[in-house]
Design a protein around this ligand. Structure first.
Ligand code: ATP
Length: 446
């Protein structure tokens, strides 16, 4: 089975995970909307990261800072100067801009699109501009944040003072970032509006190397725990020349996508770059005991992570595996903590009122605590396949025996095994399973 982005794009659109944005107006510049299943998966991904970074670590606290901040922040951080710019040549005719255009080591002078004359390359900043207030003047210019972490740095002292934390400690944040990428693409891999999950760890300079290793290791452990195929994950130590302007050391965590290896997360040693610059340009001194803390950062893109988990869990079975399967089946083998829907409930036969009533009651009860769905159309085999395709790990079937003995059949997605469970115990069983219990230990095999 060959995985391709085309297959993922088709599945995610068909099943309500991801839609190209502004579709009825012809789309809009590599932006995407996340549909009902997409937002559920995204939320679970963010929830898992948040718990991993803040709950498991007693010394990491959270923050939600604003997207539009004082532009001086971006001057101090280096984003408005050389640090966050690409060299681009603009066409005099069609005004399109192009990156790195060379042929045989020579710069190309003609526009590859319209043949017009290209101007000399100049810096093009990736930060998105906007105006704050009623006047569109230079003085009113502000920027949409290009990374969430600057909001963390400028709140360093607020957090320290209000939370009574001391070095070493971390601040975690999830939120939107914007970059006017020159060449967005590969579906949701590179977009102009995306979400980041970032954690800044503040420590003494002499501890920075050790903490770098520690966080790198922890981040790998998270991917492993969330069920990703570890042979598809690698570390890429970034050389000095390619590193971001602030980085003392940078290791990218890369996933092998169908289009090749791509960065999903960066672990950075930012030194004292940010805190010292904000101390110099802002009105607060961020030094602690006379020195600026050093920062180890873990920074992951929600959508890139989302794509990696989707690609990783995508599976196709050529033969079909249900008795009435007539064509290729798709199964999303998502980790049970990530599946958009956790449990589906079916009455065996739609026309049997007693079965329907009982199934509806079970569904009403389950949906209070879980992401549950009810489905009564089509054969049971078809309904299983429908859920397999969107990654639902458990399906409950109410059959004629259920009317007699108040038990139901619970079927697990990956093994397709079935167990019999008392209705009274069903919530507990689903809960145990989602917490990681072995399916077969939860009931008698049918
Ligand atoms: P790239 O080299 O691919 O442009 P980067 O090194 O600039 O990425 P960072 O600044 O380290 O990325 O951002 C941290 C994380 O944010 C990345 O690992 C990625 O997951 C995510 N990210 C960055 N840019 C984008 C984008 N344009 N679209 C989606 N996610 C992004």
């Amino acid at each position: 089975m060959k995985k391709s982005i085309k297959k993922i794009v088709s599945l995610t659109k068909r099943k309500g995970f991801v839609f190209p944005s502004s579709m009825i107006y012809g789309g809009f510049s590599s932006t995407y909307d996340f549909g009902p299943r997409g937002v559920m998966l995204k939320n679970k991904l963010k929830d898992s990261w948040w718990k991993e970074m803040t709950r498991r670590q007693s010394d990491v606290v959270g923050l939600d800072s604003s997207i539009i901040m004082n532009p001086d922040i971006w001057r101090a951080s280096g984003h408005l100067s050389k640090g966050f710019a690409d060299k681009l040549s603009e066409c005099k005719e069609c005004h399109k801009r192009f990156k790195d255009l060379e042929e045989d080591g020579e710069s190309i002078k003609k526009c590859p699109e319209c043949g017009g004359k290209l101007m000399e390359p100049r810096d093009f900043n990736l930060m998105m501009k906007t105006f704050v207030g009623p006047v569109e003047s230079e003085a009113a210019t502000a920027y949409l944040r290009a990374e969430t972490c600057q909001g963390i740095f400028v709140n360093f002292k607020n957090v320290m003072d209000s939370m009574r934390v001391d070095l070493p400690f971390g601040i975690a944040q999830i939120g939107k970032s914007f970059r006017n990428e020159i060449t967005p693409g590969n579906f949701i891999f590179r977009m102009r509006e995306f979400e980041q999950m970032e954690m800044q760890w503040f420590c003494k300079q002499k501890e920075a190397d050790d903490f770098f290793e520690k966080w790198l290791k922890r981040r790998f452990e998270w991917y492993e725990r969330m069920g990703i195929d570890m042979s598809k994950l690698r570390k890429n130590e970034i050389g000095e020349k390619e590193r971001a302007h602030y980085a003392q050391r940078q290791v990218d965590i890369e996933y092998e996508f169908p289009f090749g290896w791509g960065e999903i997360e960066g672990i950075h040693n930012r030194g004292d770059w940010d805190l010292s610059n904000h101390s110099e340009h802002g009105e607060e001194d961020f030094s602690v005991d006379g020195d600026y803390p050093w920062v180890i950062e873990t920074s992951v893109g929600v959508e890139r992570c989302f794509l990696a988990f989707l690609v990783d869990s995508y599976d196709e079975l050529e033969e079909g595996r249900s008795s009435d399967a007539d064509k290729k089946e798709t199964v999303l083998r998502l980790h049970r903590k990530l599946s958009p829907t956790q449990v589906a409930v079916f009455p065996l036969i739609k026309k049997e009122e007693d079965l329907v009533k009982k199934a509806e009651k079970i569904f009403d009860d389950l949906k209070v605590d879980f992401d549950a769905i009810y489905d009564e159309t089509g054969s049971i085999g078809k309904r299983y396949r429908r859920q397999d395709e969107v990654g639902t790990p458990l399906c409950v079937t109410v059959d004629f025996d259920s009317l007699e003995d108040d038990s139901v059949t619970l079927r697990e997605r990956d093994s397709m095994d079935q167990i019999r469970v008392d209705i009274d115990d069903l919530k507990n069983v689903v809960d145990q399973f989602l917490k990681g219990a072995d399916f077969h230990s939860l009931g008698e095999k049918v």
